[in-house]
Unconditional design. Structure first.
Length: 724
């Protein structure tokens, strides 16, 4: 799930899009978390789930009939406990041949405790029949920062009184599927499924697996039956019903469909069109082709999180659907990639407990990073990684943060944070760097194929890596998965008597482990690069190297795989050199961020170069930071700003340049403001009106009033942002 979006936006997600993890951590630290969160006990295995459901829009009820095939996991038993939240039961029985034999049960509004007709052995399957009513709107469901509600089944505008579509959709993660069908609502359960939905004939439906039949009923309804022939977890079950238009795409002979509101249907290909390429890329690097019978993506109103990777049928929040004009300014490609990667990591192999959520969310976030690199090159990949690193560091103080595999937590919802998402993704990337791409992806393949259609945990990933590489990866996992925190390195460089020195102190809180960090160091000497390996594994260390001359620049961790913070006391000349001569994304953004805090000329030279950076976020930082009162760079800067304002392909950069030029008060730019207001981009229009207000508030108000209502709705909040 992409909570960085509400989160991972995030997306990301998150947040994705992220959530307020700092507040979460503060709350957690206030209470004593002493309960060890074990993997859910398997008394029974859910083998097959067959549902027949219909809906009462007026009451917000689901009427369901269920045939649940189960077997004892190992030990024989005559008792069955099912999760079933806020339901009324009309009948609970066991199927014996063609008969239904009633069973005794008790119910506490959360779980139903059923006494079976006899003891069943682990080799015996049996079928429970349940006739029930689900009443999700009557539940007192507890949400979280990442998932704001947990009632499982949602009726959107069911009486048709609001200015929004009439829809039904479900949200199962973490354990809310049991609000609309009785089940064992744990991630380590895997069951095949068949869901028959009776819906108004004018609506379309979507669920897991393949649409195997559609039957017209005499009362104006239609029954759609969706079947999933391979097992998946109950929290990944889904339904969506509404007036969706379906855009049909394809990948490798499989249906790839996009479900959108009619208004947005013409833009389906622009929104989701990279999906087949993503499927091909992920299948190739993992050595496992897309594992489900189809892949659909649906956009729902009033969704309670960012997006959700339901098996073969991802559900997105409404922010994903955009018109062509909106797509000029923004898209949700990261979210689309994130949810798709979940179809392997999360759906095909599922975290066996919420303590092991890293096996789902760290991988999906890692998938975003990989996609950006494949689609747009290494610089885009590094940008995505850097963003995840900043999310991680913002969620820690003095290097303190929870472990990645977290067996102590207050509530399972707390697991959906920047540790499980962002930190886990860059820990995976660092392992890839240390292991090499070939061995790393072969290890992922081993993990996926060994645990296919089952659940997994971090130890199984470690064992897969060890089987492939022949190396013991326990130290890596002990450090990064089972202990918390991140290193903070204070670094000092020196040179004397032909020796370059590096003094390193690990300054993270004393309660946090001393990290073992194998890193590389690049020395730039007389126009050449000399690379050395170091191992930082003490709180204080000094390294010395024979170098032919004093280095012009030293680049610690040139691959930028360190999951932590470096304080290396550089001067502005160092940052200017690294921006121009060691121009990784990390080095460029760190140089620009440093320069925005300085007012000297060398810092302005960094920002001047940054105006032409290939990444739009770095152009934007440079635009905001550059000092146009520096007469030595002013003419060149203005020329570049004008070019950005008129021609930049990224509308956010154009808008930032327009506002910057307006801030000079130079009347010659007033025409640029007026011209910008005629643009198609909402960003550019808003910047033009904001800029025009610097010259004439009345003219700016008049320009805003002249816009059509749709444009006005979009640009008004942007004007406020640009006017700050």
């Amino acid at each position: 799930m992409n909570k960085q979006l509400l989160k991972y936006t995030l997306l990301s997600l998150v947040a994705i899009m992220g959530q307020n993890i700092e507040a979460q951590n503060a709350d957690q630290n206030k209470e004593d978390i002493t309960t060890y969160r074990v993997t859910p006990l398997k008394v029974h295995d859910v083998v097959h789930t067959k549902l027949e459901v219909s809906f009462d829009y007026g009451k917000r009820y689901l009427y369901g009939k269920e045939w649940l095939t189960l077997k004892p996991h190992f030990y024989e038993t005559d008792a069955l406990t099912l999760d079933a939240k806020g339901m009324d039961f009309k009948e609970i029985a066991i199927i014996q041949g063609t008969k239904k034999v009633p069973l005794k049960y008790t119910y506490d509004n959360e779980q139903v405790f059923i006494t079976l007709d006899r003891k069943y052995k682990g080799s015996e399957k049996y079928i429970i029949y349940i006739d029930y009513t689900a009443k999700p709107d009557e539940l007192r469901a507890k949400g979280s920062v990442a998932i704001t509600d947990a009632k499982g089944l949602y009726f959107i505008n069911p009486d048709g009184k609001d200015d929004k579509p009439i829809q039904i959709w479900t949200q199962g993660e973490t354990e809310a599927s049991s609000a609309w069908f009785p089940t064992i609502d744990k991630p380590n359960q895997k069951t095949t499924s068949e869901i028959a939905m009776t819906v108004d004939a004018k609506y379309v439906s979507l669920s897991n697996g393949k649409l195997v039949s559609q039957k017209a009923n005499k009362n104006g309804t239609r029954t759609d039956t969706w079947k999933m022939d391979v097992p998946h977890s109950p929290y990944l079950f889904m339904m969506a019903v509404g007036d969706f238009k379906i855009f049909k795409d394809t990948y490798n002979g499989k249906e790839v469909n996009y479900y959108l509101e009619p208004k947005y249907a013409p833009y389906a290909k622009q929104i989701f069109g990279k999906t087949p390429d993503m499927m091909k890329f992920y299948g190739k690097i993992l050595g496992v082709e897309y594992p489900w019978v189809k892949y659909s993506q649906v956009v729902a109103r009033d969704y309670v999180s960012g997006a959700m990777e339901n098996t073969s049928a991802t559900l997105h929040g409404e922010y994903v659907q955009k018109t062509a004009r909106e797509l000029l300014d923004d898209n949700q490609e990261s979210t689309i990639a994130h949810e798709l990667f979940h179809q392997w990591f999360g759906d095909y192999v599922t975290a066996e407990s919420w303590s092991n959520l890293t096996m789902n969310e760290s991988f999906a976030t890692f998938g975003e990073v990989l996609w950006h690199g494949h689609d747009a090159g290494q610089d885009a990949e590094d940008r995505s990684r850097y963003e995840k690193l900043q999310n991680c560091l913002r969620s820690s103080k003095d290097g303190v943060s929870p472990p990645l595999a977290r067996f102590y937590y207050r509530d399972k919802e707390d697991m959906f944070d920047n540790i499980s998402y962002s930190k886990g993704s860059i820990i995976l990337y660092a392992a890839k760097n240390q292991m090499g791409d070939e061995a790393f992806f072969k290890s992922l393949n081993r993990y996926l194929t060994t645990n296919a259609y089952k659940s997994g945990e971090s130890h199984q990933l470690r064992l897969a890596m060890e089987e492939v590489t022949g190396k013991d990866w326990s130290p890596y996992f002990n450090q990064w998965y089972y202990q918390g925190g991140n290193p903070i390195l204070n670094v000092e460089y020196g040179y004397a008597n032909g020796k370059a020195t590096i003094a390193v102190k690990q300054t993270q809180a004393s309660s946090i482990q001393t990290f073992s960090l194998p890193l590389k160091v690049d020395f730039y000497v007389n126009g050449t690069k000399i690379r050395k390996d170091i191992l930082i594994d003490q709180r204080e260390q000094n390294f010395s190297f024979d170098i032919p001359a004093q280095p012009t620049f030293i680049d610690l961790d040139p691959d930028k795989i360190l999951v932590g913070q470096v304080i290396d006391n550089k001067k502005v000349s160092d940052y200017l050199f690294q921006y121009k001569n060691v121009p990784s994304y990390y080095n460029r953004i760190e140089a620009i961020k440093f320069a925005t805090k300085e007012k000297n000329h060398d810092a302005q030279l960094i920002l001047l170069a940054g105006l032409e950076d290939q990444q739009d976020d770095l152009r934007i930082l440079s635009i905001k930071g550059i000092d146009l009162n520096d007469n030595q760079i002013k003419d060149t800067a203005i020329k570049t700003l004008l070019n950005i304002a008129k021609n930049d392909k990224k509308t956010a950069a154009r808008a930032t340049a327009i506002v910057k030029l307006a801030g000079t008060g130079d009347a010659s730019y007033k025409g640029l403001m007026e011209e910008s207001i005629k643009n198609q981009s909402y960003n550019v229009i808003a910047a033009g009106i904001s800029g025009l207000s610097k010259y004439s508030a009345g003219e700016a108000d008049k320009a805003l009033s002249s816009l059509d209502e749709d444009t006005k709705k979009h640009v008004t909040p942007l004007i406020k942002k640009f006017s700050k």
